[in-house]
Each structure stands twice: as structure tokens, then as C-alpha cells.
Design a protein around this ligand. Structure first.
Ligand code: ZN
Length: 211
């Protein structure tokens, strides 16, 4: 049996928009009369009712919003939405970690995490006072420094590595490999992986909502 719910949501136009939801088995399908909905893109009207937000609801069926929440349970849309939510959360967490990294986390990372490993490998010397990794090529030939947060959070080390005559490309690649080895299995690596999947998850949700 196909269940169908229709709502009227006031948007920017005079006429309210009409988000509609059908459920057949586990398959939830949605549509909306707004321009974004017509083109098959996301629209806020559908997400508002799906998220239980009745602020702009002008149809007289608030109870159907609760029914819609039940319809979502176990549906393909709920599934895709949950994955997207996890990736979005990881991305937001990363953003705030990156912000934190700027002034404060540098010392923390260089002294507590990155330095011991990289020093063991003979690649870097951590420097608590400057919050930079000092790079040494071989025994004690000083090459340059990279901010600790750059090396761990994003391979922006290019800035340093690309300075002319600073180091060989082979050395640079080897060092980047070490940094990524160090990140392997960490929470940051897991979050970065989810972050790269954001657009894939968005497309999956879009497909789930429209088929
Ligand atoms: Zn819409």
C-alpha cells in the first residue's frame, strides 16, 4: 500500500509550495512544487517538514509531520540522510579543529603526537618554542620548518617544500608519506575520509529522495 502525505509550506512566493511524500515499502519518494524541487535539487521545504520544523507550515495537518517522521524510519531516505549527517558532522568537527590548530594546538600536536614518531624516523625535530617542525635532511642538515598544524591537518607543506633548492622532490614525497603514515588510523584521518565523501553522500540522498 502506498502512503502519501502532502503539505503546504510558505516560501518566498505568494503561493505556498507543496512538498509531497510517498512511501512504498522501504522506498520513500519526495517532490516539491518549488523551482529547486522541479529541477530535482534539494529544497528547504521538504527538509523542513522532514526535520519536523513546522514554522512555515500553512496546511492544517501538523499531525502529518509526525506521521512523516514515522514514514522516514527504515526508508532509503533515512539511510542516506544518516550517512550524510555523519559526514557533515565529521566535516564540521574538522573545521573547528583546524581553527583551534591555528594558535593553540600547534604545541600540543608537535610535542604530544607527531614529534616522537617523526623524530624516531629521523625526519623531523619538534620545536616547542616555535610550534614548528624543523626539517632535517639526513644527519643535521637543516632544511626548513613547517607549522605543525599544517603538516597534520592538511598537506599545505608545499609552501615550505616548494621553496627553490630547499629539498629534493624525492625527499619531500618520502616525508609526506611519513606524515600520512602517522595520521593513519587516527580520528583525523577518519574524519578527512568522511569529508571527502560529502558530495557522494549528497548525491545518494538526492537519488533516494527522487526515485
Ligand atoms: Zn521546495
Amino acid at each position: 500500500m502506498i502512503e502519501k502525505l502532502t503539505f503546504l509550506v510558505q516560501g518566498s512566493a505568494t503561493e505556498p509550495y507543496e512538498p509531497t511524500f510517498w512511501k512504498d515499502g522501504d522506498n520513500l519518494t519526495t517532490s516539491c512544487t518549488c523551482l529547486a524541487g522541479d529541477n530535482g535539487w534539494y529544497c528547504k521545504h521538504r527538509f523542513a517538514v522532514m526535520n519536523g520544523d513546522t514554522t512555515n507550515l500553512v496546511s492544517d495537518n501538523k499531525d502529518d509531520v509526525k506521521r512523516l517522521r514515522q514514514m522516514l524510519v527504515g526508508s532509503d531516505v533515512e539511510d542516506a540522510n544518516a550517512d550524510l549527517a555523519i559526514a557533515l558532522e565529521a566535516s564540521e568537527k574538522l573545521q573547528s579543529k583546524r581553527k583551534l590548530a591555528a594558535p593553540k594546538r600547534r604545541t600540543h600536536i608537535s610535542t604530544q603526537a607527531a614529534t616522537p614518531y617523526l623524530v624516531d624516523q629521523g625526519f623531523l625535530t619538534g620545536n616547542d618554542r616555535t610550534h614548528f617542525f624543523d626539517l632535517f635532511d639526513g644527519a643535521d642538515h637543516y632544511i626548513g620548518s613547517i607549522p605543525a598544524q599544517d603538516s597534520v591537518f592538511q598537506p599545505k607543506v608545499d609552501k615550505v617544500f616548494n621553496l627553490p633548492n630547499l629539498c629534493s622532490i624525492a625527499w619531500r614525497e618520502k616525508t609526506l608519506d611519513k606524515i600520512f603514515c602517522f595520521m593513519a588510523g587516527s580520528d583525523i584521518e577518519a574524519m578527512m575520509r568522511l569529508e571527502t565523501k560529502l558530495s557522494e553522500f549528497k548525491i545518494r540522498l538526492k537519488i533516494a529522495m527522487h526515485d
